[in-house]
Write a protein that binds this ligand. Structure first.
Ligand SMILES: Cc1cc2nc3c(=O)[nH]c(=O)nc-3n(C[C@H](O)[C@H](O)[C@H](O)COP(=O)(O)OP(=O)(O)OC[C@H]3O[C@@H](n4cnc5c(N)ncnc54)[C@H](O)[C@@H]3O)c2cc1C
Length: 367
């Protein structure tokens, strides 16, 4: 049996590993000239690590250094709005890892035979019968998996009339700052703006910033330094030590709910199926779960029963996480002074179990 995978990001490569391990012939078509990810950090949470365990790769990622879950959320003055019990989260759910994105892509790519990888291949159209049209001609397989990200050509080929991704109103900057002492992983909320920092195993600090902005607006590091100059320590110092060329900016999109993730001999997964806001840090974790589940259902139940089992297992779960992720970030982007003042007064009074409810379904997944 042969599977063609459109897109060689985290979801596509994980799918390739999962099917290769089950003895399928695998072909990964990737538009970019090489299989890699641009420079930013990524946190793989306990459920994502469990999916990597199913591929036999979880321990290798953990061996690079464990991370802590989010210690909490602070106001721009530094007061704690939410404080998580980090030790308790780890005891209940397992380990967290923060890596450079390229490290995860390298780990997955190394588990796929080199001859299965076709970089520089731009897919133009996918047919439900398993024919894929691309820049080098056409290829056919028993199964095609669209793992081609938020602006997926596979999804548009199968469902041309469905609405595309929606800009959620805030843009994101990511950068990796030089080593600096920080108090674990922390997010800080202002008015329509927030800043997060996550220590990486090599001591460098992965930082993300988000701000309400019209789609397509671009802001450089100097303006970011000015905007966050009066926020609590170590935020100004982290921005001062960063380099302009290390800053990546992307608008944040969410995909409206698809009515199905399969059509004929084709399935979509990862951001192609359920691109979500990054508020819960679950996008890549869900792509890993998708990959492992799809290979399991198709390989054990046969192609068509397996595809439908994949859709039944994955769609409700991922769409719940898309909604939870949107809700988790909403209050961070309130722009009115009265609302944010109320938010900052109320959040510290809420019991931890209030926040637990949005985290537990994400972290407890097993295949
Ligand atoms: C700011 C931010 C922070 C995040 N933090 C986290 C986090 O901490 N933890 C987490 O789990 N998730 C996080 N995410 C989400 C995560 O990055 C994505 O969900 C994940 O990378 C999706 O992987 P994917 O393989 O589905 O898609 P992508 O990574 O988009 O990969 C798609 C691939 O398909 C290729 N492609 C596209 N079109 C074509 C075509 N026509 N032909 C051939 N190839 C094509 C692309 O070149 C690309 O390589 C974050 C996202 C953002 C924006």
């Amino acid at each position: 049996m042969k599977v063609i995978i459109v897109g060689g990001g985290i979801g596509g490569l994980a799918t390739a590993v999962a099917f290769h391990q089950r003895g399928w012939q695998v072909e990964v078509l990737e538009r970019a000239a090489e299989f890699t990810e641009v420079g930013a950090g990524l946190t793989i949470q306990p459920n994502g690590l469990r999916a990597l365990d199913a591929l036999g790769l979880g321990e290798r990622l953990r061996a690079g250094g464990l991370a802590d879950p989010l210690a909490g959320i602070r106001s721009r003055r530094g007061d704690w709005l939410i404080r998580n019990d980090v030790a308790n989260l780890k005891r209940r759910f397992g380990s967290w890892v923060t890596v450079h994105r390229a490290a995860l892509v390298d780990l997955l790519r190394a588990a796929v035979p080199a001859e299965a990888l076709r970089p520089g291949t731009d897919v133009q159209h996918v047919q439900p019968d398993g024919v894929v049209h691309h820049s080098d001609g056409a290829s056919t397989a028993d199964l095609v998996v669209g793992a081609d990200g938020v602006h997926s050509v596979t999804r548009r080929s199968l469902w041309p009339d469905l609405p595309g991704p929606r800009y959620v109103g805030y843009t994101t900057w990511r950068l990796i700052a030089p080593p600096h002492p920080v108090e674990g992983s922390v997010e800080t909320w202002g008015r329509g703006e927030r800043f997060g920092h996550v220590p990486m195993p090599d001591g460098r600090i992965y930082c993300y910033l988000m701000a309400n902005a019209p789609a397509g607006s671009r802001v450089g590091l100097d303006e970011l330094r000015e905007r966050f100059a009066r926020w609590h320590r170590p935020i100004p110092a982290l921005l001062d030590s960063a380099h302009e060329e290390a800053v990546l900016q992307h608008d944040t999109h969410e995909l409206p709910m698809l009515p199905t993730y399969v059509s004929g001999n084709v399935a979509v997964l990862g951001d192609a199926a359920h691109a979500m806001t990054p508020n819960l840090g679950q996008g890549a974790c869900q792509a890993l779960e998708d990959a492992v589940t799809l290979a399991h259902t198709v390989d054990t139940l046969g192609l068509h029963a397996g595809l439908h089992a994949y859709d039944r297992a994955r769609r409700p779960r991922t769409q719940l996480i898309v909604r939870r992720s949107r809700q988790a970030g909403a209050a961070a982007h309130w722009a009115s002074t009265s609302l944010t003042t109320l938010r900052d007064a109320v959040l510290p009074l809420l019991p931890n179990r209030f926040f637990d409810r949005s985290l537990t379904p994400a972290y407890t997944w097993t295949i």
